[in-house]
Design a protein around this ligand. Structure first.
Ligand code: HEM
Length: 345
């Protein structure tokens, strides 16, 4: 650092070097075990492309749809930025789910990393919240009616349901205020929470270190640890570049489209949310509203508290790997319900 900056910004260079060169376990050389970096990178892409979209998007029921059309058809490279943001949101959720499955099936959420898991679940829910509010902003038929179904469901939850639904909609019905609310949730409230929870998650990971894993086919170079900077950092950079190419390709080959504008007077025949909410729609049809809400609430509780449920199970039967069986069954159930909903028309 030059003398000019050193005297004006007296940072502790040693501390920064030490922070960057932390040793990470050798198994992270297999990138699919370091999948946490992928959603972190995609989140940054979402922030950049999202900020660019806000220059043209208008959160008003009369103008929202046309402003999205203007971005897609008239703004230079608007279609590209919109495509990156849309595909980024899908890949982000896929990456978070894969990272979560890795953590689950390798059992790294166990003591002392339970809170890393809890903050992780919150991150997943917040990411889904971002996807839901973002989808609604487009103000097409399906996104409008998807929001209507979700707000009705929230309303039917016992206790705080109606209060929460009123708060989300900005009134007793979906109306003028709803889009402004969704916009504030999407660009300010949820991202702020996300950054706070993400900081907590990463802090926990740094505090406990990444849990070391060993494999039967482990190579000599994967034994022990290696420095985060530059080795792991460069791997993450490479993953980032590949993701940029993938996102660009998807945005060009499958560009973001626009369906019919929202019409509150015409209910579409099939209301479909984004793919990561499809299992909830199928479950609603199978179990009925009250039962579905109660069981989904219970499922969410078990999901958050899984490290402790797993502890109880292992106490009862230390040699069993019940978590792997339960995790596989739940994964099959969720994938099955999603597929069912996709192919049921
Ligand atoms: C935006 C979303 C997320 C980001 C950016 C993120 C980031 C990270 C990073 C960078 C690591 C370090 C090791 C690795 O790369 O695997 C990590 C570890 C971990 N994450 Fe996440 N994470 C996210 C969501 C989640 C979710 C949804 C869960 C589970 C519900 C979760 C649970 C864990 C656990 C248990 C660890 C510790 C793993 C170990 O020590 O081996 N994370 N996370």
């Amino acid at each position: 650092m030059s003398g000019f900056w050193r005297s004006r910004m007296p940072v502790n260079e040693e501390a920064i070097k030490e922070f960057g060169s932390e040793a990470v376990p050798g198994h992270l050389k297999r990138w699919w075990f370091a999948l946490g970096g992928t959603p972190a990178y995609l989140f940054i892409v979402q922030v950049f492309t999202g900020i660019l979209l806000t220059f043209y998007y208008i959160p008003n029921p009369e103008k929202a749809y046309d402003s999205v059309r203007y971005i897609t058809e008239t703004v230079p490279f608007g279609w590209y930025i919109r495509g990156m943001h849309l595909w980024g949101s899908h890949l982000l959720i896929v990456a978070v789910i894969l990272h979560m499955m890795r953590a689950f099936f390798t059992g790294t959420y166990r003591k002392p990393r339970e809170l890393t898991w809890v903050l992780g679940v919150l991150l997943l829910l917040l990411m889904m919240g971002m996807g839901f509010t973002g989808y609604s902003l487009v103000y097409e038929q399906l996104s409008y009616w998807g929001a209507t179904v979700a707000s009705n469901l929230t309303e039917s939850a016992p206790g705080i349901g109606p209060i929460l639904a009123n708060f989300i909609r900005g009134g007793a019905e979906i109306g003028e205020n709803t889009l402004t609310r969704f916009y504030i949730f999407h660009i300010a409230a949820v991202p702020t929470l996300l950054v706070m929870v993400l900081a907590g998650h990463i802090w926990m990971v740094r505090t406990h270190g990444v849990k070391e894993l060993h494999f039967e086919d482990e190579e000599e170079s994967e034994k022990g640890t290696f420095p985060f900077f530059p080795n792991h950092f460069l791997t993450e950079l490479l993953v980032g570049l590949v993701l940029m190419v993938l996102l660009s390709t998807l945005s060009v080959v499958f560009p973001a489209t626009l369906a019919d504008p929202a019409n509150p007077l015409v209910t579409p025949e099939h209301i479909k949310p984004e793919w990561y909410f499809l299992f909830t729609f199928r479950w609603l049809k199978l179990a009925g509203t009250d039962m579905a809400i109660a069981t989904m609430g219970l499922f969410a509780l078990l999901f958050v508290g899984w490290p402790w449920v797993d502890k109880l199970l292992r106490k009862k039967n230390p040699s069993s790997e019940a978590s792997v069986l339960i995790g596989s069954l739940v994964t099959l159930g969720l994938v099955g319900m999603t597929m069912w909903e996709i192919f049921s028309g």
